[in-house]
Design a protein around this ligand. Structure first.
Ligand code: ADP
Length: 726
């Protein structure tokens, strides 16, 4: 079974490059083969691989059916009969399925089993893989410190063996943990190392994750340009392999970065793309946050209706999953919105509801917003003192949670409220604080917007380059495909032609012999019986002989047709005037008998085969005479016209003409439009002409007005320059 090994390799390669469909197909093939051969070990290996692919598919697209599929495949494996080497794989895949089912303890159980097995076998790489599987279980349970410790242990093992892909996996996990812990320092080095490894080993998935991690790192360093670069690169690739979860994550990250760059439009379009196209991979917590962010952008843009809709969506979702912080934030935002719209009654109820939750939450962003709501409400009810207190508290909390906009809004209101109370000193103080902070803020905003423009310019340029490349690639692929199709069609055609030629040749040749026998013996019988035959029987004998003769003609025609251009004769320069001289000599009798008027232009020299060309002209001229109108003298005009790339020759007659619907059919062998009693013939002549023209690399067709005459046209490609005036 040596085919299994390379094929399995192919499957793993596709797997690494995340071409899951190809991987699945190859492995399915292997499984079939293994089943045919009753090779149990291979069956098991293939099944585990299939389960792994299903897991991956599920993980990329968030589609639960794949986890169940993976489970089912694994269930068909009898644990007892798994060989040593595969059992670790088996446990790890089980662990992966459990993870995807959000069952962290089951995931841990199998990861531990795999670890024990690996340890018994002194299989270090197995031990590392088991540990990393366990790390993912910790991540699921939000136990980031445990997760980090275990990754670090694995990294120690990784110094003992050369397993770059496992190392990349460990680094990626560590980055993920650090991001969760909001500690971004290590990410730069780890991320870059993973990028290098994954590019070297064409491991697209790890490259996607590393790029995204690096984006987060640069975002945290306020280097938005680099952040966007990495998010984009990750996005491009995650889209390509349909790693939808990561695609959604990249879009969210881009949305956030654009919001920080004060580019609401771009930010919104990324967030919208997530909820519109990748909703199925989002978890409710993320969804809640995205709707909140969308609501915020609309609020800034003063589209309050849209804003309200999204805050309400965020609220409903947050309530469903009891995500208190987001419930409070949505309520605070809705309160702010109602204040803005002057609906203070509603605003109060939102603010009160938010406040209840905020008591347990401490100083969070929602609180800074809600305090400002209370200030506005107090001011509205004329309670100046309370309003001022709230605003001062608002300033403090805003500073803590770094909500600059809120802080600035507090200063402005403080200045206004004091002014209303004619406390000009305080009014002036807060007004200048406001001006200072606002100036700073606007400066930052302007700088970021400039940066945004720069990034846009750079990415647009890159996009255009990518676009152009993709287009060129597509075109090339299309051309290649077309070329292949044409080549294939040509090959088929050549084969078919060859078969047909053979058949026609053999048939016509071999059939002539028995036919001659029929003819001869009929004549002998006829002679012998001549005296005893009545008139009817004589007529029957006549029919037989006539049939034989006709069949003989047909076979001759077929033979001629089959042999047109047989043998690899080269095309030579032929002067068509010479061809006409031969034709006219051959047809002299017919032309004279019918008093045909023949008018011929001076004809060019072309590349062809002399004998075939005489046949062509002869067939066409004979037809022009044969299909004449009764009681009219045939008139035939032969013209030549020089075109840019070819010579166009026409043979025009004043005969019976051809109906439109038959103009193509007449070039097909044995196609005739008339009864034999009207016009003699076999229906082979034009088929031969067609073949001859094919052989010369030209075309032939007819134009005709029924009853008025026909013109047969044919073209010859112009000879290369050196032949032209021969
Ligand atoms: P044949 O002449 O043996 O019948 P061809 O292949 O030469 O076979 O012609 C096929 C059919 O095309 C003819 O039967 C006839 O109906 C039609 N045809 C050919 N040439 C002419 C023409 N010059 N004018 C009218 N009909 C024609």
């Amino acid at each position: 079974m040596n085919i299994v090994t390379p094929s399995l390799k192919d499957a793993s390669k596709s797997f690494l490059q995340k071409d899951l469909k190809t991987a699945l197909n190859s492995i399915q093939e292997i499984l079939n083969l293994a089943e045919e051969n009753h090779s149990l070990d291979e069956i098991i290996a293939a099944k585990i691989f299939i389960a792994k692919i299903y897991c991956r598919k599920g993980r990329y697209g968030g589609d639960n059916q794949y986890f169940s599929k993976a489970s089912e495949v694994l269930k068909t494996i009898d644990e007892e009969s798994i060989i040593e080497g595969e059992i670790i794989n088996f446990f790890l895949t089980k662990s992966e399925v459990a993870l995807l089912k959000d069952d962290a303890s089951e995931a841990h159980r199998y990861a531990d089993l795999a670890f024990q097995k690996s340890q018994n076998e002194n299989n270090i790489s197995g031990m590392i893989r088991s540990q990393l599987a366990k790390v993912e279980g910790y991540m699921l349970k939000n136990q980031f410190t445990d997760a980090a410790n275990l990754v670090n242990q694995s990294l120690v093992y990784l110094t003992k063996i050369e397993e770059p892909i496992l190392k990349a996996k460990a680094f990626n996990l560590l980055c993920k943990i650090r991001i969760k812990q909001q500690d971004y320092n290590d990410i730069l080095n780890y991320g870059k190392e993973v990028l290098a490894i994954s590019q070297e080993y064409a491991d697209v998935e790890k490259e996607i994750i590393a790029s995204s991690n690096l984006g987060v790192y640069y975002g945290s360093r306020l280097d938005y340009k680099s952040a966007i670069k990495y998010f984009f690169s990750s996005l491009e690739k995650s889209k390509a392999i349909q790693f939808d979860r990561q695609t959604a994550q990249n879009l969210i990250n881009l949305g956030t970065i654009y919001a920080r760059l004060f580019n609401p439009k771009e930010s919104l379009s990324n967030y919208q793309a997530v909820v519109e196209k990748y909703d199925q991979v989002l978890v409710d917590t993320t969804r809640t946050i995205i709707y909140n962010n969308i609501g915020n952008i609309h609020f800034e843009e003063k589209s309050y209706q849209e804003s309200k809709k999204n805050f309400q969506k965020s609220l409903a979702l947050a309530e469903q999953i009891q995500y208190t912080e987001m419930i409070a934030l949505a309520l605070a935002h809705l309160g702010k919105l109602s204040c803005e719209e002057g609906d203070f009654e509603t605003a109060l109820s939102f603010a009160d509801r938010a406040n209840e939750l905020l008591e347990d939450l401490g100083d969070v962003n929602a609180k800074s917003i809600n305090v400002l709501n209370f200030a506005k409400l107090a001011h509205h009810s004329g309670d100046f003192e309370t309003a001022i207190l709230h605003l001062k508290e608002g300033v403090e909390i805003s500073k803590k949670v770094r909500n600059e906009e809120n802080e600035i809004a507090c200063y402005l209101l403080l200045a206004e409220f004091y002014r209303d109370k004619k406390d000009f000193e305080n009014a002036f103080y807060f007004k200048s604080l406001y001006a200072e902070k606002q100036e700073e803020y606007l400066k930052k905003m302007r700088n970021r917007q400039i940066l945004d423009q720069e990034i846009k310019f750079a990415t647009r340029e890159k996009e255009q380059q990518i676009d152009a490349l993709t287009r060129a690639n597509k075109l090339q692929a299309m051309l290649l495909q077309k070329q292949e199709e044409v080549e294939r069609a040509n090959e088929q055609l050549t084969q078919a032609n060859e078969v047909l030629k053979q058949f026609a040749y053999v048939a016509s040749h071999d059939l002539k012999e028995p036919l001659r026998m029929i003819g001869s013996y009929t004549q002998i019988i006829n002679k012998k019986l001549a005296s005893q035959l009545d008139e009817n029987t004589q007529t029957y004998f006549y029919y037989v002989t006539d049939g034989v003769e006709r069949m003989n003609n047909l076979l001759d025609g077929l033979l001629k047709y089959a042999t047109v251009g047989r043998g690899a004769q080269d095309l030579k320069v032929v002067n068509l005037n010479d061809t006409m001289v031969i034709c006219q000599a051959n047809l002299r009798l017919l032309i004279e008998e019918t008093e045909t008027k023949l008018e011929v232009d001076d004809l060019p020299s072309i590349l062809g085969i002399g004998s075939l060309l005489s046949q062509l002209f002869q067939n066409l001229i004979t037809n022009a005479i044969k299909f004449r109108n009764k009681d009219t003298i045939p008139e035939i005009t032969i013209r030549s016209e020089e075109k840019e790339h070819e010579y166009l020759i026409s043979i025009k007659d004043n005969g019976i003409g051809i109906k439109d619907e038959y103009k193509k059919r007449i070039f097909v062998i044995f196609q005739r439009l008339h009864a034999r009693t009207d016009y003699e013939g076999t229906g082979i002549g034009l088929a031969i002409c067609h073949k001859i023209m094919q052989r010369m690399g030209g075309k032939i067709w007819v134009e005709s007005e029924y009853g008025q005459g026909s013109t047969f046209f044919f073209t010859f490609p112009k000879p290369q320059r050196e032949y032209r005036n021969n």
